[in-house]
Design a protein around this ligand. Structure first.
Ligand SMILES: Cc1cc2nc3c(=O)[nH]c(=O)nc-3n(C[C@H](O)[C@H](O)[C@H](O)COP(=O)(O)OP(=O)(O)OC[C@H]3O[C@@H](n4cnc5c(N)ncnc54)[C@H](O)[C@@H]3O)c2cc1C
Length: 434
């Protein structure tokens, strides 16, 4: 069997842009809109047929975490109609995913943005160590998009990986957080139906802690052990729950051989869970499955090593940096157990509101490339905090403005005057200091 072939082809250059944004999740949409509002000509490239990433196709909610005042996170939370959340989601409600598909499509509808849907980034165009563009594949075949600055908001850090930036995955043994398919059920009796936001929640069913009840039933064989951490979030609609409970361990979603099997197993778990709810959860007897993620929810894959690597210990202490571009980011170190059910650590690490420095967004050794979202430069434990969507939105906005500034000033990402970037962010009303 042949193991490799050489392949070359002449392809069209379909557009020249100031800023290319790969991926339209919470980080990518904010990056694209922020750059466009600064006057940059932007291409937003998304492999699926809808923008939003985990806000839509991944079916992930509620929007968790906090950041300093004045970012696009505030704008999006308002747009999606979710109440001001607390940091860990105790009062949080998942947004309406179907409405989000419309609202976010409108959000990125800006005269300076060309949105390329159903278009997958497959390679990069480099001159030495400087990024010049990307190769994409769409229904019409492959073509190139050239850009002065590229933002890797693919979640998986794919653009950075293709560009040759160093990347890491998972914890020291290589295991990553489990993948999950979130789903929504309707028909829950609100007068009886429990809400449980996760391991930090001590809500009770009668006298017993709800999560202990689920564990006891799992021990009795009524539920697979790895599904015993039953997380049931409210949504913006009465009688609905957003269920964040299915999980498959030991999966690397950057390995295509593993994806279908994981998805099949997760979809089967949805059936198991709904049966369990019918049988064992007061108020859930008549609930029904109404929708689920169209793609597996991926918590963790590549982290792109940048000019600085932030750690959870720094974040826990509320670190500050001279080159801050995201201020007062706040969330727990939320590690869903890579090797079993529930949380990986026996106590939850809280973080004081922390800063993310510019250097976490510049992949080591590569020029004119930024990362944004869950793939930025940090350790496995640090990632478990900054990966939440509020923080990813603020990251996207900050690098979107940075990219637009590089493009208009004709400078590289490492030549950008970070003070000027900070001034521009504060001018826009974004809190960066204090
Ligand atoms: C099951 C689960 C539960 C979670 N729970 C919560 C929660 O309750 N609250 C919360 O705030 N966060 C939660 N998170 C974390 C959060 O959803 C993610 O970390 C966050 O969405 C990351 O944002 P992002 O923009 O970096 O990536 P994503 O949201 O993953 O978006 C990346 C986008 O890039 C696109 N893309 C990827 N590769 C390519 C390519 N080659 N070409 C073109 N496009 C590409 C993808 O299709 C996608 O649209 C959860 C995550 C999971 C998986």
């Amino acid at each position: 069997m042949q193991n490799a072939i050489n392949y070359s082809k002449s392809i069209a250059v379909k557009g020249n842009y100031d800023v290319l944004v790969a991926g339209s999740g919470p980080a990518g949409i904010c990056a694209a809109v922020a750059a466009a509002r600064e006057g940059a000509k932007v291409a937003l490239i998304e492999r699926y047929g809808v923008v939003g990433g985990n806000l839509t196709t991944g079916y992930v909610g509620p929007i968790l975490g906090m950041v300093g005042k004045g970012t696009m996170r505030d704008e999006l939370v308002k747009l999606l109609g979710v109440p001001q959340n607390d940091m860990i989601g105790e009062t949080g409600r998942a947004h309406d995913f179907e409405m989000a598909k419309i609202l976010l499509a409108e959000f990125v509808d800006h005269p300076n943005i060309d949105v390329y849907l159903q278009t997958t980034v497959t390679d990069v165009i480099k001159e030495g160590q400087t990024l010049r563009g990307v190769i994409v594949t769409a229904g019409e075949g492959p073509f190139a998009l050239m850009g002065k600055i590229v933002i890797d908001a693919t979640g998986d850090g794919l653009v950075s990986f293709l560009a040759g930036a160093p990347t890491e995955k998972g914890r020291d043994d290589g295991l990553m957080q489990p993948v999950t398919l979130e789903f929504t059920i309707a028909g829950v009796d609100e007068s009886k139906g429990v809400i449980c936001i996760g391991d930090v929640d001590n809500v009770c069913l009668g006298e017993e802690r709800f999560l202990d009840y689920c564990k006891r039933l799992a021990d009795a064989g009524e539920l697979p052990q790895h599904l015993a951490a039953v997380r049931l979030h409210p949504t913006t609609h009465s009688g609905e729950r957003q269920v964040n409970t299915t999980q498959q361990n030991g999966i690397d979603m950057t390995n295509v051989d593993q994806i279908y099997k994981a998805d099949l197993a997760l979809r089967r778990q949805i059936r198991t869970l709904v049966d369990f709810f019918h049988k064992h959860l007061p108020g859930y007897e008549s609930c029904r499955l109404i929708s689920s993620g169209t793609t597996t929810g991926v918590r963790e894959t590549r982290r792109v090593i940048g000019d600085y690597i932030i750690t959870a210990e720094q974040m826990a202490a509320g670190c500050r940096f001279d080159d801050v571009i995201v201020h007062r980011a706040e969330f727990i170190v939320d590690i869903h157990n890579p090797a079993g059910a529930g949380q990986a650590e026996d106590h939850i690490q809280y973080c004081d509101p922390y800063d993310l420095p510019y250097r976490c967004f510049t992949p080591k050794g590569i020029e004119n490339l930024y990362t944004a979202g869950r793939c930025i430069s940090g350790t496995h434990r640090a990632h478990a905090s900054y990966r939440v969507m509020s923080i990813c939105m603020a990251m996207g906005e900050a690098v979107g403005v940075a990219a637009a500034m590089c493009a208009s000033r004709g400078c590289c990402t490492r030549e950008l005057d970070v003070k000027a970037l900070q001034n521009r962010l504060t001018e826009k009303g974004i809190e960066l200091y204090g």
